[in-house]
Design a protein around this ligand. Structure first.
Ligand code: ASP
Length: 600
């Protein structure tokens, strides 16, 4: 097609270009008719420039009058100084006095306006993603994502990591989630799986002697619907040989330091804080605590203080080997300097909340002047107990203590959720902070009550702590559950953004782990034989980590959903509204694959 090619972009002209003759190509964003004079905002990736069309130039004016939003045009003319300047945009002091106008393509009326405060539903935005991506915010997110790619590549290149592409069509090797399967036409009846992660390949690359591997790669997990999960997502995948856990931490922290410095010009503090999994549960009731929460205490176990009270609920908990635990909410002052009263409505609401978590209710205690308390359970407690409780929390006038009792894990988890809820309800999250935290020493196995068997808590290639190796031969549930692994998560602002472990590199240990998760020798051989074989030929000690690229970019962009930083995401129900996938396929395709569908 013959058209006048741009000599400038829509974002680069300013007053210093006054008098220059230029050509711009771009999309029509807005047309204003000011009593004859037409003003057109022309947009491209780089910015926005105002075009001025004079009615005296008849043929141009007539063409301009046919333009609609999102038409693609080429406009040539002279850069002139604007009468009414817009100092909010870099090109705001100039406009183009157009003397040549070509329509390169028309556009249907857009399904929504290309503006920052988009009014369209997310469904519509996803259906017309190419329009949505024209919005400045989306463009900014995608470009920031690109910058993070470069930083990651450069960082690891400087450290002599080798980027290796691993297959997307692989053997189905369980890694915790369900595999996406791809039927093979050539080997009818057989299937490839899409990688849940390149885990086995990166370990084999260590056996191959690559020493330091990195890859920004796609991972695929066929999980049930969950808000803000994607069936395919991007990971920064890392593996290293002859290293210990601290080496993984150092390399990772260096990466985040560099990303935050280059993208945000923020010096994040390293080393990051560390908490063992057990301590995280004990103090925060979750393995992803949000350390930005202010004015809510950590969880305190108060069983010893209140166990002899006359409160039946507490007595029951103790009888059943359970616990009593609590958190304290500090007196909160709103931005008008007014104290926020913990009203009946608030406590009723929290009661409702914990009922949904399977509790009968929540005990609370509001602290008044001189340590006086107002609480429905105070009558069951001695003054001594109350004083001790207030001392435990350093509680002062205006504070409120919330108490739950029952089975340990259930209570901790509920109090963890409650911390998050109260923090969200009362704006107690300090959004200006970036709180990185390593969670270490995860359990190696978790017991599945439904199947009555063990599963890997992380994946099954994770090495147990030395002192727990002996329990790999045990058949005692408690002992097996007590095994802690050299396994870590990186948490940022309450989100798990990475996870990894030191791996098993000794075949005998790997076999014991397979046995505990219930794999027979045959099954282990058929599923992981290739890996076990590789282990026989000189596997170095190795370990690694993988970071969720989409989440990291979302945090950097300050958006809640990872869909905002993925060019073509799927919906929560795993479909792509733009290209309508998944979709049915032709009968002929199925036949070639030897697949017959069940009749609905
Ligand atoms: N492959 C693991 C995952 O994707 C990460 C790792 O252990 O390196 O969660």
């Amino acid at each position: 097609m013959n058209f006048t090619k741009r000599t400038k972009t829509c974002g680069e002209l300013n007053i210093t270009g006054k008098g220059e003759y230029i050509t711009l190509n771009g999309w029509v964003t807005k047309i204003r008719d000011l009593g004859g004079l037409l003003f057109i905002d022309l947009r491209d990736r780089y910015g926005l420039t105002q075009l001025k069309i004079n009615p005296e130039n008849k043929s141009i004016y007539e063409t301009a009058m046919t333009l609609g939003n999102e038409y693609v045009i080429s406009a040539s003319g002279t850069v002139i100084e604007r009468e009414s300047k817009n100092m909010n945009i870099p090109t705001g002091e100039i406009e183009i006095d157009v003397d040549k106008l070509e329509i390169l393509n028309k556009s249907d009326v857009p399904p929504f306006n290309i503006e920052e405060e988009v009014k369209a539903s997310e469904e519509l935005r996803l259906q017309y993603r190419y329009m949505d991506l024209r919005r400045k915010t989306m463009l900014k997110n995608i470009i920031l994502r690109n910058e993070v790619y470069h930083i990651v590549h450069n960082y690891f290149k400087d450290l002599e990591f080798v980027e290796v592409e691993t297959p997307v069509l692989m053997k189905s090797t369980p890694e915790g989630a369900r595999d996406f399967l791809v039927p093979s036409r050539i080997h009818k009846g057989k299937f490839y799986a899409l990688p849940q992660s390149p885990q086995t390949y990166k370990q084999i690359l260590m056996i191959a002697g690559l020493d330091r591997y990195v890859q920004i790669c796609k991972c695929f997990r066929d999980e049930d619907l969950r808000a803000d999960r994607q069936p395919e997502f991007t990971q920064i995948d890392v593996e290293m040989s002859f290293i210990k856990q601290d080496d993984v931490f150092d390399i990772s922290e260096g990466l985040f330091k560099r990303i935050w410095k280059e993208i945000k010009n923020i010096d994040i503090i390293t080393p990051f804080r560390k908490l063992t999994y057990d301590d995280a549960i004990l103090l925060y009731g979750t393995d992803k605590p949000d350390l930005r929460i202010e004015k809510i205490s950590e969880i305190h176990l108060i069983t010893e203080i209140v166990k002899d009270s006359e409160f039946k609920v507490f007595q029951d908990a103790v009888k059943k080997n359970g616990i009593i635990a609590a958190i304290k909410l500090d007196r909160i002052i709103d931005n008008k300097n007014k104290k926020i009263e913990i009203t009946r409505k608030i406590t009723d609401n929290l009661t409702e909340y914990v009922k949904q978590l399977g509790f009968g209710g929540i005990g609370y205690m509001k602290i008044g002047v001189n340590g006086e308390v107002s609480s429905p359970i105070a009558k069951y407690l001695s003054q001594e107990n109350i004083t001790e409780l207030l001392g435990e929390f350093n509680a002062e006038e205006g504070d409120t203590i919330f108490i739950l009792s029952g089975e340990y894990m259930k209570v901790q988890t509920a109090l963890g959720n409650l911390r998050n809820k109260i923090a969200a309800d009362f704006n107690l999250i300090n959004e200006s902070r970036y709180e990185f935290l390593w969670i270490t020493d995860f359990p190696l196995f978790k017991y599945n009550e439904e199947t009555g068997g063990f599963e890997g808590e992380h994946h099954v290639f994770t090495i147990p702590r030395n002192e727990h190796l002996k329990y790999l031969d045990s058949s005692n549930r408690n002992e097996i559950e007590s095994i802690r692994a050299i396994c870590y998560d990186l948490v940022l602002n309450g989100n798990e953004i990475g996870s990894g472990s030191i791996r098993i590199h000794i075949p005998e240990i790997q076999n014991k782990v397979f046995k505990i998760i219930g794999l027979t020798d045959e099954e282990a051989k058929s599923k992981f034989g290739f890996l076990l074989n590789a282990f026989k030929y000189g596997a170095p000690p190795h370990g690694g980590v993988a970071f969720g690229f989409d989440r990291i970019v979302a945090v950097l962009c300050g958006v809640k959903s990872i869909r905002e930083v993925i060019a073509f995401p799927k919906t929560v129900s795993a479909s792509s509204l733009m290209d309508d996938s998944p979709d049915i396929v032709e009968e002929k395709q199925l036949k070639e694959l030897g697949i017959k569908l069940e009749k609905k």
